[in-house]
Design a protein around this ligand. Sequence first.
Ligand SMILES: Cc1cc2nc3c(=O)[nH]c(=O)nc-3n(C[C@H](O)[C@H](O)[C@H](O)COP(=O)(O)O)c2cc1C
Length: 272
Amino acid sequence: MATSAAPPQKDKLIFAPGATDSTTTDNNNQPTPQRAAQFQLSRLSRPSLSPSPFTQFHTWFTHPALTHSVPETTTLSTAHLPSGRVSSRVVYLKELDARGFVIYSNFGTSRKAADIATNPFASLCFWWKDVERQVRVEGRVERLTDQESQVYFDTRARGSRVGAWASRQSSVLTPRAEPDADTAPHQGEADAEVDDGRAELDAQVAEVQARFVGQEHIPVPPFWGGLRIVPETVEFWQGRESRLHDRFRYTRVDAVGSGEGSGEWKIERLSP
Ligand SMILES: Cc1cc2nc3c(=O)[nH]c(=O)nc-3n(C[C@H](O)[C@H](O)[C@H](O)COP(=O)(O)O)c2cc1C
């Protein structure tokens, strides 16, 4: 039986992954579905929404189906000005309150640090596959104070606190100089013998460990801490069949950049 599937795209390493595969057929000669491509779990409607995007987010975040996943995993995007170049990376959401969404990171050497030094706007994007939901947060960022960051920093394992001091996040680690011919590993010896830059990181860690040896309390590094994304918009997306998804966007009623304001939000349904 003829199908409307596209011809094989031999020049492409990836093409329409997860789509119906026309090369394999079932007993009725029908193309075999490779994986569920439809969103059918739930629906979202205006009356069910909280007036506050923070409460709505909390309700979604604590859904029992997400207990065994890591719902705090989110993509943080920032943009450099004036180049306009955008960068994204996965981070963990660590705090949420009525002011905004807080993540922790290095603000000395990382790319996100360089971006927000030129442009204080950022976005977060959460994808929760188990409930077929996405949340997008957009707004202005603000750094937490050292005192605020210290509270979270103290909850981290000692190794992670040392690591935060040791890592000049996203800076290039330089391999040790090549050993001379007499001491160079012979062909076939373990690659692990050849330093690729990891030794520089290990040395930085050892230095920090020595600095704080015997000291239980480690202060939060001045170049590390919390970043709050104070949302201007938050969108809740519930996958629906035939890509006719339910989407609701909360927009802060106050003018952009006017701070927390009245705390009122406009809620609009968006076309999928
Ligand atoms: C699951 C996961 C969680 C992560 N959590 C964080 C985090 O909370 N903070 C952080 O700075 N980097 C985190 N990272 C590393 C970042 O993705 C990224 O490599 C790092 O922040 C440097 O990015 P930048 O130089 O673009 O700013 C995480 C990575 C993964 C895969």
